[in-house]
Design a protein. Structure first.
Length: 298
């Protein structure tokens, strides 16, 4: 089952994390998390590759190696841009060489642990998730410059004065999108560490995550009614924007998809290079880009 696979992956990630960050132990982290949160906790169901997270009461306490520190000042801008969908991050000290952060628990469960609920009854609950996601990413373009003053100051250039630069999540996969499995309501987005400031629209490729499933043998497979779901998203998205039509939305969406999926590691050099023929991600790009160009235009 999906739950069993996630549990196995999380156990492996936890084991590797403490192997790489000895002599600090998991028990020490659990005890420190309970002290910080004021409540006993347990490892988060979904872990990351460079951190260890404990959910304790209303909080999530995360331990990270020094080379994977969070930029709290940067995340303040993210929290303002996506208020209500982003946890509040707080630096609360260290444990040995590990950095400790406290966040409010956004609740819900990762999308891929709620697939059965979201997909039944002709994807009834998923429609709520899609509408919430459209309302989340749409208004970000209307933020005043003062809201993102710190973020914009970090940019070397502005691509265009009339097109907003916003914090874009670069890893909008099912494990980072949390929903209420009983209603489909989007309750929060997690793992903002690698968020980047880029043109508005570059994170819209995250929509594809909600419209299909990546199967082991078949590769990427869209839901049977993905076109109706896609239309619902774009209708809600443009309503949230006030119904402007600008081709740069599509340009930014495609650029984001290519940047997220168009590269692979060169085994010989260890550098990132364009995808080679035969790479599974190339088939995904072919399907997603060529299959969705017409469906997002108005």
């Amino acid at each position: 089952t999906m739950e069993a696979l996630i549990l196995q992956l999380s156990r492996q990630q936890i084991s590797e994390f403490f192997s790489n960050n000895a002599p600090v132990t998991q028990q020490q982290c659990n005890s420190e998390a309970a002290r910080i949160a004021g409540a006993s906790g347990s490892p988060a169901t979904v872990q990351g590759g460079t951190s260890y997270t404990v959910v304790a009461g209303e909080y999530a306490v995360q331990f990270r190696a020094s080379h994977s520190a969070l930029d709290i000042d940067f995340l303040r801008g993210v929290e303002q841009a996506y208020a209500g969908f982003t946890p509040f991050h707080e630096d609360v000290g260290t444990l040995g060489e590990l950095l400790i952060y406290k966040m409010n628990n956004v609740g819900g469960v990762a999308m891929y642990l709620a697939r059965n609920q979201l997909h039944r009854d002709n994807y009834r609950l998923l429609k709520r998730t899609l509408k919430d996601y459209a309302r989340l990413v749409g208004p970000a373009s209307n933020l005043k410059d003062t809201t993102l003053e710190y973020i914009i100051a970090r940019l070397p250039d502005l691509f265009a004065d009339d097109w907003p630069m916003v914090p874009n999540h670069t890893d909008l996969l099912e494990n980072n999108i949390h929903v209420d499995p009983s209603t489909g309501r989007l309750v929060g987005i997690c793992d903002w560490k690698d968020t980047e400031v880029s043109p508005f629209g570059m994170s819209l490729g995250g929509l594809e995550t909600m419209l299909g499933i990546n199967r082991v043998r078949e590769g990427w497979c869209y839901h049977a009614n993905q076109q109706a779901l896609r239309d619902l998203f774009w209708e809600t998205f443009y309503e949230a924007l006030g119904n402007p039509i600008d081709e740069r939305i599509e340009v930014a969406r495609l650029a984001g998809i290519f940047l997220a999926n168009g590269w692979q590691y060169d085994d010989d050099e260890g550098s990132i290079v364009p995808l080679h023929e035969g790479n599974r991600d190339l088939a995904y790009l072919d399907l997603v880009v060529l299959g969705t160009l017409a469906s997002t235009s108005r």
